[in-house]
Structure formats: structure tokens, C-alpha cells
Design a protein around this ligand. Sequence first.
Ligand SMILES: C[S@@+](CC[C@H](N)C(=O)[O-])C[C@H]1O[C@@H](n2cnc3c(N)ncnc32)[C@H](O)[C@@H]1O
Length: 268
Amino acid sequence: MREDSPPPTGQPKLPKLPKLPKLPKLPKLYEELAAWWPLLSPPVHYLEEAYIYRSLILEACVSPPRTLLELGSGGGNNASHLKLDFAMTLVDRSAGMLEVSKALNPECEHVRSDMRDVRLGREFDAVFVHDAVAYLTTLEDLARAAETAFVHCRAGGAALFAPDAIRDTFQGTTHCGGRDDATRGLRYLQWIWDPDPSDSTYLADFAYVLREGAGVPRVEHDRHVFGLFAREEWLRVLRDTGFEPRAEPLVHSGVPAGTVEMFVAIKP
Ligand SMILES: C[S@@+](CC[C@H](N)C(=O)[O-])C[C@H]1O[C@@H](n2cnc3c(N)ncnc32)[C@H](O)[C@@H]1O
């Protein structure tokens, strides 16, 4: 028998798939503190940007898009606006965040999965990936998420990637905010900084002050590690996946001009 003959069973040996690297544990905000999300980040904060994402998706697709897959949909804040124009399927890693989103968007389909390897077995007119993409900290994982978007997007459709930051224009900053509901209150400080500009990550350290009823608030620290890639790296990953991508500045009242870029990726 020649060395390259098939094995005697008659079944050719399949090549071993590369193992998906394990992701780090999600930040507390998406695990034990997920129920506090609406007090940190309410849907109304997303109204202006959701309008921009909607316009870009409509303009990028060859024919009017109806179905939209969102990867890393979190508490469903963007979806709460986008669902007015699209039938949405929402994918997220966090069970707690999906519960928050289901309460806000009961009419949307929700799927618990990892954007790097989820396969729903159907195509959508468009795919949207917002700030959740920042939790992918290597170019390999970014390429896996781009592949997920590609296999779920129909030909002539488009994927929109809207990361919070790219290496070219990154700036450290701080934000604070929070709200009360009928029984609880949350206030937070978010400190965005990059301890090592030579690597592909940056950090957001959060301090949450959490009050239940009239009790004394407790304080929690939470570190979020984000991926940070150059514009050219983004464009190369999307091109290698098969998309025709372009960078687009995000201009809205919530971000300083020239600091945030999105990637509109057309599937030919
Ligand atoms: C800031 S929240 C997203 C909020 C969302 N943009 C909205 O409109 O409400 C980030 C989300 O990314 C999700 N996430 C992080 N890594 C993920 C992955 N590999 N696959 C799917 N979801 C992921 C987290 O579980 C979290 O819910």
C-alpha cells in the first residue's frame, strides 16, 4: 500500500480543526452584575448612534435589508432601536445580558453563543457587530468573528463593525454616569487607559457604586480588557475574509470628532 492511500476503512482522514482558544471570564458587569446594566447604560443613550448604524446598513446593502444578525448584542440597547426597521437575531455570550435584552426586546430571537464560532445555519441580509467586538483581543479571534459575519451574510448584503476604538486614533479618557430605578441606584467611573501602546490591548477600569433600597452603597471594581487594532489590520482581516471593506468615521455628539471609526464590509 502506498503511503498516501486512504485508510483501510475507506473513510479519508479529516484534517484536525484548530482548537478555539478559551476566552477569559467575562467582566463582572456581564456576569454577577448583569441585572445592573440598564442603570449603567440605558437604551436612550443609543438612539443617535443606532440611527447612524441603521443608515449605513441600509445604504451598504444592494437590496433593502430586512433581517439583521447582531453579534455581541449585550443588553439589546442598539437592538431596541434597530428592531423598528429589521427582524433581529441577537447573539451574546452572557446569559445574564441576554435576560436583560429579552425583557427589552421580547420580539427578537436570542441565542447564547460566542461570536467567534456560532453557526446558525442560515443567512441574514446584514450583520452588525458593535462594541462587543472589543472583547476579542487577538487578530486571530477578530478574524474568527469576521468569518462568522461572512458566513451569515447573504451575497449583496453587508456587515457593519463598530468598535469603540482603533489603534490609530486611540485616546485615554474617563466617563462617569449612572441612574436610579424604583429600588436601586448605580453610579460609575470608567477609566480608559493603555498601559502598553506596543501591544494589541487597552483597559477600562470601572468602579461601580451600587445601592439597594436605603442601604449603604457597596463598591465594586471591574477590569475590562479590550482589543486594539490598527485601521489597516481591520481592513486586512475583513478583506482576507472575503468582504469588500471600507473605514467610515463615526460622527455623533457622544464622541470627540476623529476618534472613532467603523468598518462597512460588503459581501460581493
Ligand atoms: C457592552 S456590551 C454590548 C452592548 C450592546 N452594544 C447594546 O447595544 O446593548 C458587550 C457584550 O459583549 C458580549 N461578548 C463579549 N465577548 C463575546 C463573544 N466572544 N461572543 C459574543 N458576545 C460577547 C458580552 O457578553 C456583553 O454582553
